[in-house]
Design a protein around this ligand. Structure first.
Ligand code: NAD
Ligand code: IPM
Ligand code: MN
Length: 351
């Protein structure tokens, strides 16, 4: 029996509904594969911010530094400005733990029709590789001259050679182990200064991956192509903001953002990686027990895989596919009436 220590941060809103579902799946499937989880739960969230003035304690990172992984539900509540909650919790963990890869796989599953005509299961199977610690989410800038006619908001996008090289390396290597096709999301048609640099570095990295067939696509046209012909894509590498937008778009192509998983990876394993669904805290449905747990459950599979349990991870992915293919049980976001708990129970009965 192997034991892994997980730092569990349910966060806000439906984070409290999808995290228990993921945990139940991890415990059940883990037990079948000789893997046990010990969870340390942290109450870092917007309610804590109201009580203490901080989303998490000052020494938060050192408290979870030695866990094998972090599992996060979602962060954000209408009572706290998003820039406060996110810069107070999610972003410091991604950056502090050098989780510079954000992996966001997408599949069209049998039994869950895509809203996109012609996007069939087995054909749409792609992964967005999002740069996760720099780019447009730069820390330089702010609001100036508040209350004056000259008021302005400024933010510097920061792209470093190291940062672009390592995300491109990761994406090209991943493509080599998949279908060997890579798309780089860009906007280098002369307007955005950072993007010709992105292209240059990606081109350099591509030279050492001759087996990958790749091209750069402008983000605007790419968004359209992803809707018109999603099956064409395999690995898509993009900057922080482009990757963020593309991953909600591709999740929607596969049926909805409630199903999409993500892994914030520190590939060198100097620090724990963090696993969280792509979606947010969904305040509009929180507290009703009807959140779709699929994104969080698939995220649990990504975590198992990262921890070296590929078979257990595959069993979860198989259970997800089987539930969608063999049953009509769905949460309301996918047109059904099932609760989070009912969906999770059914999924655990199928394998
Ligand atoms: P959101 O993902 O929370 O919700 C968008 C829409 O999708 C809503 O209608 C919601 O009900 C629906 N939805 C999302 N996940 C679902 C699920 N699992 N099941 C069923 N329906 C689901 O995005 P938003 O509305 O832009 O943001 C809400 C809050 O979440 C904000 O505070 C935002 O900053 C935060 N947020 C956090 C994260 C994160 O923690 N990683 C990610 C995105 C947004
Ligand atoms: C995501 C989210 C976050 C991001 C927000 C909440 C800061 O949208 O994880 O996709 O943009 O990274
Ligand atoms: Mn997002």
């Amino acid at each position: 029996m192997v034991t892994h220590r997980i730092a569990l941060i349910p966060g806000d809103g439906i984070g409290h509904e999808v995290t228990p579902a993921a945990r139940q799946v991890l415990d059940t499937v883990g037990a079948r594969h000789g893997v046990r989880f010990e969870y340390d739960e942290f109450d870092w969230c917007c309610a804590r911010y109201h009580e203490t003035g901080a989303m998490m304690p000052a020494d938060a990172l050192s408290r979870i530094r030695h866990h094998d992984a972090v599992f996060l539900g979602a962060v954000g509540d209408p009572s706290v400005p998003d820039h406060v909650s996110l810069w107070g919790l999610l972003i410091p963990i991604r950056r502090g733990f050098r989780q510079y890869v954000n992996l966001r796989p997408v599949k069209v599953f049998e039994g869950l029709p895509s809203p996109v005509r012609g996007a069939r299961s087995g054909e749409v199977d792609l992964v967005v590789v999002r740069e996760n610690v720099e780019g447009e989410y730069g820390e330089i800038g702010g609001r100036l001259h508040r209350g004056f006619p000259e008021e302005m908001a400024v933010q510097e996008a920061v792209f470093t050679r190291v940062g672009v090289t390592r995300i491109a390396e990761y994406a090209f290597t991943l493509a080599e182990n998949r279908r060997g096709v890579l798309t780089s999301a860009t906007k280098s048609n002369g307007i955005v200064h950072t993007m010709p640099f992105w292209d240059e570095v990606v081109t350099e990295v591509a030279a050492s991956h001759p087996d990958v067939s790749w091209r750069a696509e402008h983000i605007d046209a790419l968004a359209a192509k992803l809707v018109l012909d999603p099956a064409r894509f395999d690995v898509i590498v993009g900057s922080n903001l482009f990757g963020d937008i593309l991953s909600d778009l591709t999740a929607a192509v596969a049926g909805g953002i409630g199903i999409a998983p993500s892994a914030n990876l520190n590939p060198e394993r100097e620090f724990p990686s963090m696993f969280e669904p792509v979606h947010g805290s969904a305040p509009d449905i929180a507290g009703r027990g009807v959140a779709n747990p699929l994104g969080a459950i698939w995220t649990a599979a990504l975590m198992l895989d990262h921890l070296g349990h590929a078979e257990a991870a595959a069993e979860i992915e198989h259970a997800i596919a089987a539930t969608l293919a063999q049953t009509s049980i769905r949460t309301p976001d996918l047109g059904g009436t099932a609760t989070t708990a009912e969906f999770t129970k059914t999924l655990l009965e199928l394998r």
